[in-house]
Design a protein around this ligand. Sequence first.
Ligand code: ATP
Ligand code: MG
Length: 437
Amino acid sequence: MRLSRYFLPTLKETPTEAQIVSHRLMLRAGMIRQHAAGIYNWLPLGTRVLQNIIQVVREEQNAAGAQEIIMPTIQSGDLWKESGRYDDYGPEMLRIKDRHERDMLYGPTHEEVVTDIFRNNIKSYRDLPKNLYQINWKFRDEVRPRFGLMRGREFLMKDAYSFDLDYERSKHAYNQMFVAYLRTFARLGLKAIPMKADSGPIGGDLSHEFIVLADTGESAVFCHKALLEKPAPQNVDYDADLQPIIDDWTSLYAATDDKHDAAMAEKLGGDLVSARGIEVGHIFHFGKKYSDPMKASVIGSDGNPVTVMMGSYGIGVSRLVGAIIEASHDEHGIVWPDSVAPFDVGLINLKSGDAACDTACKQIYDALRVKNRDVLYDDRDDRAGVKFADMDLIGLPWQVIVGPKGVAKGVVELKRRATGAKEEMSFEAAVAKLTVL
Ligand code: ATP
Ligand code: MG
């Protein structure tokens, strides 16, 4: 992509409405623009990052055996009257009347809709287990939308729902999601700590939140420092018993401040980390909370109906964009982890219009494209300082800097954004290095 043609409205000034660094950087890097309070437009650069995160989330959900569906964002209020939540949910739910005066709503979550799909289509214990997920927009009319995408009103969520015959099997579905979450957040370059949680208004008896540590997080958290160093599980067989992995992770102390225990703090001493965190995921096992009132049952092996056990599993996909930036930036801008970067490489032409520089850039660009590298080519007729600043701001993992002096010697400069380390090398060596990544 040529930057001269790309829609990338970067800002030099820090927008005053943004209180936290991720929000400021997303606005400055031309990723998003606010439409209304807590509602955002995603511009091309932001859209690419969001798509990359979606892809990682999707791959890990699929690997864990969940199946992707798409449910409507606009739901019928009748289902919520059946589950009993229509009146309970309160003002966070955006309620809409259609032209026939029917109660509709913009879905804040999808337990009712997915339970309705289940009960209308799945009839036998032989069809279990099932785990259905979607990646879709939610609307919650939050009292205080703030911090950009962190607490939006419209936001993108991955929400999965599991259906099983009994507690043991639904616990296995819960464990599958637990492990998938550890893997997902690690692939996104994040350290996410699982924390035992209240199951809140959704109800139930087993729940964990996944918290990314960042100074601007909304919750205070305390945990054993070994949790921060633990690598995510590799080569997982999702059919095997996952309980040992869960026990291994949950045996280490982790708590939010409301549940933090002073005696524990004393016991852990120097091993205790106290920090702030951002909730990026939340998993619940809630048994028959919806399947009971909504009559979601299957015929069991003995011919009698069995009400199914359910769980729901959310990831704040759009919130993750902010969380990743909170966890990975410096004074110059964003530092994208390779897995979510909007482009792999930023190619900077220090003298656009100079025949030798233009030819060298074109050659490098084409060579990288052939190898499927995504390249943003800064071909603008602008000062070097502006190009360096913009490229650092948008945080692509690698920069290839092409200037007249280097080109005369047959070399370019390769810069790693995260460390700032620069190395001079031939065009071919630069291309080779960037294609083996
Ligand atoms: P919170 O405690 O932050 O309000 P929640 O418990 O209401 O979140 P869940 O219903 O568990 O959220 O939703 C699953 C995930 O969706 C959360 O872990 C979070 O990452 C994300 N999320 C929830 N509300 C918002 C929001 N207003 N804006 C962006 N992401 C959100
Ligand atoms: Mg929560």
